[in-house]
Every structure is written in structure tokens, then in C-alpha cells.
Design a binder for this molecule. Structure first.
Ligand SMILES: [Zn+2]
Ligand SMILES: [Zn+2]
Length: 396
């Protein structure tokens, strides 16, 4: 068990070369043709059975362990973002307007290196590994669903059936040397809502002959603030944000309707149900009281990302053994950001790990999706060591 860190260190040039190559040639979601080609080739070189085109540009590698046991899916995302890179790094993007600004270049390199290590270790594994290289985590990019869902639609969790998942993110919100492996909810579930408030337009100087949707919108926005303040328990968490308000065409015209848009974020399923119910009651109730009519369209983008107990305990055990110098954080509630791995973890028990990658001294501490985002590449070593050892611990 204990040689995983040493192997990850020895393989660092391999991981770094891959990461920098992916960084120089970033590809947007569902267009990871070059990236997935390299992934498939590297896995094939190891003798791992490869299936291409799972979820459009996704790649799946199948590694059979020496002993019978469950199947673990290890997921690494491959897509980049539509951002003009400003890092000035020697390995900066050569694909103008596209950038690996979230660290998925690192994830893909970590996945291939972990596959190399686990392939050598396979006789010791009591179970099998599905290496899942996923496209389009950042969004749907013109398709109706994102990468995780697209791979699931193509049956990535079936034949052979997946019993557990393991995945990770390099995380610039945490310094290098800190690792978070937490049970329970770790990323929020996200909804996108649109509310159309329909009144009766008219002259701005004769409001009594109108039903004003502007005043109604103002009341709805104010009243909805009480959901988080008064309906969600003080120790539970939710966000209700109105982020767009559109209505009206002239200073002396009361418009016919107003559109409101925004997002709701929650962790616990029962909190989500409660927030959505109160949202509907308040919007419809206030609209009715003001003489308007409201239409609500709510779309769930991702469920909350929730780490299962047993798998997470094993990953924590691996972290303690393999990275004794790292600061292991096991506290939940990491971020209100969203992650489509949540779709897989909704179906199968899984563990999602954060690996600290920021280095303030080296100026490698810009946030994810920033044009200057870059991470300390030593985090790649920790990522490889931890993912390989956690897989070995889970399939012990
Ligand atoms: Zn991202
Ligand atoms: Zn990301």
C-alpha cells in the first residue's frame, strides 16, 4: 500500500507532460476529440480494454482485478472552457479562446497515471475498475444534457454494473497539501428558475386602470427572501437568488409582463423540496394578491453531490496512510458550486475528493474559471497517489 506515493512521484514527469500537453490543446465539451484520442491510446498501451464514444467523446477503460469483487468507477473530466488564457505560462493554450481554467487537464493526466499504477497492481485488486474519462462537465454545450448524464445514457453505469464511484477535483480554494475527503453533502444542487408575471399594461399616469407587474415583481422578490431567512432551519443551507429582472419599454408605460430569472441552491433533498414548495407558494400567492398571474418554470441542473459513508471512510483511510503530511479535512459543506458527478452519485455510492492545489508564493492561486487560473503541479502527485491508493483500499 505504502508505495503509491513513491510511484506517483516517480511518474511525475509522465503526469506533468500529459497535463501540459492537454493544457496547450484545450477542447470544449463534447469536442474533446484530440484529448480523448490520447486517453484511449495511453490506456490501450497499458493493455486496458478501451471503449470509445461513450457519451459522444467519452472514453471508458476496463481493468479486471486478480480477485473477484465489486466494480469501481473512477471518473476524470476532460473539457475546457471558452476563456481567453492570460497566464503567460510556457504551456499556455494554443487554441485561442479556449482554456483549461478549471484544472480538468490535470484530472485527465491524473487519471491516466493512476491507471498506469493500478494496472501494475491489478493482481491485488478484489474487484474491477472502470476508468471513466468524461466529456463536458462544465455544461451541456448545445446538447440537452451534460457529460455525466450523456455517459449514463450510453450505459456507463451498466454492463458490467458499477457498484461505487470515486472522483476528484484539484481545488484552488485550498492550499497545496490540504485534502478534503468528507462524508455527506459536498456540493450544492442547482436549479435555474424563470418566473413570468403577467399583469395588465397601460399608461404610467393612470395606474388604476392597469394591473402592474412591476410592483408585483418587487413584492415577489422581497417576499422570497423569507424562504432562506424564515423557512430553512438555521443550521441548514440554501440560496435563493434573483439574478435577472426584465420588463418595460418606456418611462410612461406600465408593461404587460415582467420576467424574473435566478437560481436556487440546496444540499439536503428535504431542504430542496421545502424551498421549491415555498418558492411556488410565495410567487403564486403574492402574484394573486396583487391581481397578477405567475408562470413558474424550474429546471434542475444538478442534484447535490453527496458522499456515501463507506466508500468515503475507505478514501479517508487511504489519505491518512498515503499522505501523512497532508492536512486531511473531513468537514462537509464545501461549496455552493455544482458538479455533474452528482448524477452518478445519485445512483451509485461514491466519494468525491478535493485536492488543494493553490500556491500563494508562486502566484498559482487564481480561482477556477479565471483567465489566470493555474495550479501547483505538485498537486498532481497527491492526486495520483490518493486516487490510486483509495481505489486499492476500496477494492481490498
Ligand atoms: Zn469548472
Ligand atoms: Zn471543474
Amino acid at each position: 500500500m505504502s508505495n503509491f506515493l513513491k510511484q506517483a512521484q516517480d511518474l511525475f514527469p509522465y503526469t506533468q507532460t500529459l497535463r501540459r500537453d492537454f493544457h496547450m490543446h484545450p477542447e470544449l465539451g463534447f469536442r474533446e476529440v484530440r484529448t480523448s484520442g490520447i486517453v484511449a491510446k495511453e490506456l490501450e498501451t497499458l493493455g486496458i480494454e478501451v471503449t470509445k464514444g461513450v457519451g459522444k467523446t467519452g472514453v471508458v477503460g476496463w481493468l479486471e482485478g486478480g480477485k473477484p469483487g465489486p466494480t469501481l468507477l473512477m471518473r476524470f473530466d476532460m473539457d475546457a472552457l471558452p476563456i481567453i488564457e492570460e497566464t503567460g505560462a510556457e504551456y499556455a493554450s494554443q487554441n485561442e479562446g479556449v482554456m483549461h481554467a478549471c484544472g480538468h487537464d490535470g484530472h485527465t493526466a491524473i487519471g491516466l497515471t493512476a491507471a498506469k499504477i493500478l494496472n501494475e497492481y491489478k493482481d491485488n485488486l478484489a474487484g474491477n475498475i472502470k476508468f471513466c474519462f468524461q466529456p463536458s462537465e462544465e455544461g451541456t454545450n448545445g446538447e440537452e444534457i451534460g457529460g455525466a448524464e450523456m455517459m449514463m445514457r450510453d450505459g456507463v453505469l451498466e454492463s458490467p454494473k458499477v457498484d461505487m464511484t470515486l472522483s476528484m477535483h484539484l481545488w484552488n480554494e485550498m492550499p497545496l497539501g490540504k485534502v478534503n475527503v468528507a462524508k455527506g453533502p459536498v456540493m450544492a444542487g442547482a436549479e435555474m428558475f424563470k418566473v413570468r408575471i403577467i399583469g395588465k399594461g397601460g399608461h404610467g399616469a393612470i395606474p388604476n386602470q392597469t394591473v402592474d407587474p412591476v410592483v408585483c415583481a418587487a413584492q415577489i422578490i422581497t417576499a422570497a427572501q423569507s424562504i432562506v431567512a424564515r423557512n430553512v432551519a438555521p443550521l441548514e443551507t440554501a440560496v435563493v437568488s434573483f439574478t435577472m429582472i426584465n420588463g418595460g419599454t418606456a418611462f410612461n408605460v406600465i408593461p404587460q409582463e415582467v420576467m424574473l430569472e435566478g437560481t436556487i441552491r440546496t444540499f439536503e433533498p428535504q431542504v430542496r423540496v421545502k424551498v421549491l414548495k415555498r418558492f411556488e407558494e410565495i410567487v403564486n400567492g403574492v402574484a394573486q394578491a396583487m391581481g397578477c398571474r405567475a408562470e413558474i418554470h424550474n429546471k434542475q441542473l444538478t442534484p447535490a453531490l453527496i458522499n456515501a459513508e463507506q466508500v468515503t471512510e475507505k478514501a479517508q483511510e487511504a489519505a491518512r496512510q498515503i499522505l501523512p503530511e497532508a492536512i486531511l479535512d473531513t468537514s462537509p459543506y464545501i461549496t455552493m458550486g455544482a458538479e455533474d458527478m452528482a448524477f452518478m452519485q445519485e445512483k451509485v455510492d461514491g466519494c468525491y475528493i478535493f485536492i488543494g492545489s493553490a500556491n500563494h508564493e508562486k502566484n498559482l492561486d487564481y480561482g477556477h474559471h479565471h483567465p489566470r487560473f493555474d495550479f501547483d503541479e505538485q498537486a498532481l502527485v497527491q492526486g495520483v497517489a490518493l486516487m490510486a491508493s483509495a481505489a486499492a483500499e476500496i477494492l481490498k
